[in-house]
Design a protein around this ligand. Sequence first.
Ligand code: FES
Length: 144
Amino acid sequence: MENRIKRNDFLKSLGLKGASLMAVYCGASALSSCQNESGVSPSGTIDFTLDLTNASYSALNTVGKYITINKVVIARISATSFAAVTQICSHEGQPQVMYNGSGFSCPAHGATFSITGEKTNNVSSKGITAYKTTLTNTSLRVFS
Ligand code: FES
C-alpha cells in the first residue's frame, strides 16, 4: 500500500486552504512565482544599447516620440533626456504601456504613470518599473 501523500492533500489535511494554502506554497518557493504580477516587468536585468542612427530607432531623435523594444517603452522627453519603463502595465499585466507626451499610460483601463514610473491615477495600485538611460553620442543605453 502506498503511504505517500500528495503535498496538496497533506496541507489540506492540516486545514490549510485558500489564501493560507497559497501562503505555504509561496513561502516554500520563490515568492515572486506566486504573485499575479509575474509579467509586470521584463524578467531579469535590462541592459541594452540602441544606435539612434539606425532607422528603427530614429523616432527617439524627436522630442515627444517613443519606441517599444524588448518590452521596454523608451521616450525622448527633451533634447537631452529620455525616459524608459516596462511595457507591462502593473494593473492587470497588459503589455500596452505607451508614452502619452507627458508620462506613460495604458489604454487597457486607463492607468497613468509619471516619466519615472510612479502611478498618477488610481487605476493601478502601484507604479511600473522604470529604467535608467544614458546617451553617449548616438548610442542610447537602457539599463536596470
Ligand atoms: S492593464 Fe493597464 S490599465 Fe489595466
